[in-house]
Ligand binder design. Structure first.
Ligand code: NAD
Length: 274
């Protein structure tokens, strides 16, 4: 295990299972935490990465947990995705799971006034990378997925409630969650489950793009019922549950892993100063 790895609970819940993890950029990536947990439970994985610059960062991480298959995949390009999934099939034949941990919006679309700052181009780009890509990869994965397979994506509360500056990404996450339900309905008869993990804020490259992203973390810590940050272990544990047979009866669900932040209506006590 490299220094960057997480020491996740070990077992054999994913023994004999093969799958694809999309979205590892560095050691802070949510996809990396999930991959560490899946590896600790015996999964065999391929990682996809966005471009050459990221490959240099992702390869040592992958090798540290025994992941040998690294595949370039830019989700905005159909030819690139054709090639990527052909490589997955060549490496594994059939797969059992897929993790989609990919999102992007131009910085101008995730700060200030939503109604003033959202542009046609910015709207389309965020929707394309953060929501449509999940439909696309689910379709591709399902074609080579065994019965009992499981697919997850990562989402955030900004889909359901307004969060300052999250703006266009909140709209894209709403589309991602609705897509999760429609994909789950279509793939259910093929015995493939599809769910979304709604994680509380964590310091990653993606969060760095959002204005005042760090304040989102601080508020989560002080206002959530558990009064703590969302842990990588908690997110990865939920992913493991959904991707393994433990989650066999759950599909089309959005599950919050956020120290309970989403249930809070009034963040401070009525007798406290806010
Ligand atoms: N960090 C948080 O606070 C948080 C909270 C809830 C949900 N999420 C979600 O978790 C997921 C992973 O984000 P993260 O926070 O780990 O950040 P991250 O920056 O580590 O991961 C985002 C990934 O998206 C990839 N990506 C962007 N555009 C792409 C493209 N065109 N083609 C292929 N890949 C592309 C990046 O390469 C990167 O690996 C995202 O969906 C994000 O919205 C994050």
């Amino acid at each position: 295990m490299a220094d960057e790895g997480y020491d996740m609970p070990k077992g054999d819940l994913m023994a004999g299972r093969k799958g694809v993890v999309m979205g590892v950029a560095n050691k802070d990536s949510i996809a990396w935490g999930i991959a560490c947990q899946l590896a600790a439970q015996g999964a065999e994985m391929a990682f996809t990465y966005q471009g050459e610059a990221l490959e240099r960062r992702v390869r040592p991480l992958a090798e540290s947990i025994g992941v040998k298959t690294l595949i370039e995949a830019d989700v905005t390009s159909d030819p690139a995705m054709d090639k990527a999934f052909a490589e997955v099939e060549a490496a594994f034949g059939k797969i059992d799971f897929l993790v989609h941990a990919i999102a992007y919006a131009d910085k101008s679309q995730i700060s200030g006034s939503f109604v003033e700052n959202t542009t046609r181009e910015g709207f389309m780009l965020a929707m394309n990378i953060s929501a449509y890509s999940f439909v696309d990869v689910s379709r591709r994965a399902a074609r080579i997925m065994n019965e009992g397979g499981s697919i997850i994506c990562l989402t955030y509360l900004g889909s359901e409630r307004t969060i300052p500056n999250y703006n266009m990404m909140g709209v894209a996450k709403a589309a991602l969650e609705a897509s999760t339900r429609y994909i789950a309905r279509d793939l259910g008869p093929h015995k493939i489950r599809v769910n979304a993990v709604s994680a509380g804020p964590r310091r990653t490259l993606s969060l760095a793009g959002i204005q005042d992203g760090r304040k989102m973390i601080a508020r989560g810590r002080s206002w959530s019922p558990l009064r703590e940050d969302t842990s990588m272990e908690g997110i990865a544990g939920c992913a493991l549950w959904l991707l393994s047979d433990l989650g066999r009866s759950t599909t089309g669900e959005v599950i919050h892993v956020d120290a309970g932040f989403h249930i809070v209506g009034l963040p401070v006590g009525l007798d406290e100063e806010g």
